[in-house]
Write a protein that binds this ligand. Structure first.
Ligand SMILES: C[S@@+](CC[C@H](N)C(=O)[O-])C[C@H]1O[C@@H](n2cnc3c(N)ncnc32)[C@H](O)[C@@H]1O
Length: 272
């Protein structure tokens, strides 16, 4: 008797921590649409069945499914991902969409955009396509993350368009940016040990650990940003809700917005 997509999905469901991960895995493996995974009259080709077993034998305890299949999605982009870079999150997709809204409303494309802490390159790639006339820079302190971002920029034909630079926060350049955006590490150091094993055992600690109160990198970015921004330039940050007050203490005119879950997640600072 042949094995169907539905049977295999059920097997995946027993293996992964939740149904969403099992479906993500099956879609990545088969390139089928979600509804096709539920068909019990559609037989699995042998090579897919073999791949299924190969992947599951590689899977380690608590491993995020994205690292297992080396795929993550960000807005309309399918990105290559592995343990050298953080898996992009839906909150960061929201940040990019908020930026797109703000800039489209004011109908100005920033001359130059800087993404601090590029990770997989998700933000820089999305913005480079949204603002084709802007000069895009992206930095990361981790050369391993930059290697992942390079693969993704290459996949979308953006290797020449995005300047991928290894730097501690800001690049060495005289260019002044109209937009500086960052999803920096913002988890308080002593909370790292409380994170799910799938995060703390797999995602790079450089991407998570924001030092005391999770605020060390954010504070540095806020203090240094004016030196790199054009007049009326915008700094946009993804933050932990508890950092709102700390940011207000530094810049009283900072604006904050909530994410889809209702948590304060974004800080916008406009400089004169
Ligand atoms: C939370 S991850 C964000 C990755 C990606 N931008 C995203 O949103 O999916 C933060 C990134 O900042 C980088 N990072 C940490 N400290 C840094 C520093 N001092 N300068 C530049 N990048 C840094 C980390 O290596 C990591 O890739």
């Amino acid at each position: 008797m042949s094995i169907t997509y539905k049977t295999l999905l059920e097997q995946a469901d027993n293996h992964f921590q939740n149904r969403a991960d099992a479906e993500f895995f099956m879609q990545a493996l088969t390139n089928k649409k979600r509804h096709e995974l539920f068909m019990d009259n559609l037989a699995i080709p042998k090579h897919i069945f073999n791949e299924f077993n190969k992947y599951l034998s590689r899977c380690r305890p608590d491993m995020p499914v994205q690292y297992l299949v080396n795929k993550a999605y960000f807005l309309s982009y399918e990105l290559y991902i592995d343990e050298r870079a953080m898996i992009p999150r839906p909150e960061t997709e929201e940040l990019v969409m908020k930026i797109a809204d703000r800039l489209n409303k004011s109908s100005v494309s920033p001359n130059a955009i800087l993404d601090i802490g590029m990770g997989s390159g998700a933000i820089a790639i999305a913005l480079a396509n949204m603002f084709p006339d802007s000069n895009v820079f992206a930095t990361d302190i981790s050369s391993k993350a930059i290697d992942v971002a390079k693969l993704n920029a290459n996949k979308y034909g953006l290797v020449r368009k995005i300047n991928l630079i290894q730097a501690d926060l800001f690049p060495a350049t005289d260019i002044k940016f109209g937009l500086i955006i960052s999803n920096p590490p913002y988890i308080p150091h002593n909370e790292i040990k409380t994170l799910p094993l799938s995060v703390r055992n797999y995602e790079p600690s450089l991407a998570l650990d924001g030092g005391k109160q999770g605020f060390e990198i954010i504070e540095k970015i806020i203090r240094q940003a004016p030196d790199y921004l054009m007049p009326k330039g915008l700094l946009a940050l993804e933050i932990d809700p508890r950092q709102e007050k700390l940011i207000k203490n530094l810049v009283s005119h900072a604006q904050f917005e909530k994410d889809n879950q209702g948590f304060i997640r974004y800080a916008f600072i406009k400089y004169e």
